[in-house]
Design a protein around this ligand. Structure first.
Ligand SMILES: Nc1ncnc2c1ncn2[C@@H]1O[C@H](COP(=O)(O)OP(=O)(O)OP(=O)(O)O)[C@@H](O)[C@H]1O
Ligand SMILES: [Mg+2]
Length: 151
């Protein structure tokens, strides 16, 4: 009997996949290529975990050609793609749920768009169900790798 390789990436440990930055970018690009709107993706993780890096890759795969920068001060950036708009939110500096209403939150999360949300926990109960949850974590002892948890 022959043994085939198990279909698990080489850096996977349990359900956690530790990826280098190029690996994470490649994963994000293929995710972006496969994404169809309307779609909300949430990205959790500590400061510097790689959320914006992954958003940049997803946008690239989705067809965004503009440079994607962190919307930390504006809270939301809009990008064009060949299919639908992309809204990239970073809620780290959100002060209240009322501030979300001022951003046009209800329209953003119901738009025919790809919506990418960093620090989604700040939205509390206003976060719609049905989004794709992604989390990134630092890997102790490995500066160049991050753990990706998706779905
Ligand atoms: N495996 C990796 N995956 C992603 N980023 C990595 C990796 N290894 C190192 N890095 C570096 O870590 C940093 C991640 O920064 P990034 O802005 O993407 O984080 P963030 O989670 O968006 O942080 P913030 O909460 O401040 O918005 C970048 O400087 C990137 O080059
Ligand atoms: Mg960020």
């Amino acid at each position: 009997m022959t043994h085939s390789q198990p279909p698990v990436p080489s850096h996977a440990e349990g359900s956690r996949i530790a990826m280098t930055e190029p690996e994470l970018r490649a994963w994000g690009e293929s995710f972006g290529r496969a994404a169809t709107a309307p779609l909300i993706v949430t990205l959790k993780g500590d400061l510097g975990a790689g959320k914006t890096t992954l958003v940049q890759a997803i946008c690239r795969g989705y067809g965004v050609t503009q440079p994607v920068t962190s919307p930390t001060f504006a809270l939301v950036h809009e990008y064009a793609s060949p299919s639908t708009p992309v809204y990239h939110l970073d809620l780290y500096r959100l002060r209240s749920q009322a501030e979300l209403e001022g951003l046009g939150w209800d329209d953003l999360v119901s738009a025919n768009a790809l919506v990418l949300i960093e620090w989604p926990e700040r939205a509390g109960s206003l976060l719609p169900s049905g989004h794709v949850p992604i989390a990134l974590e630092h890997l102790p002892g490995a500066e160049d790798r991050r753990i990706l948890l998706a779905g």
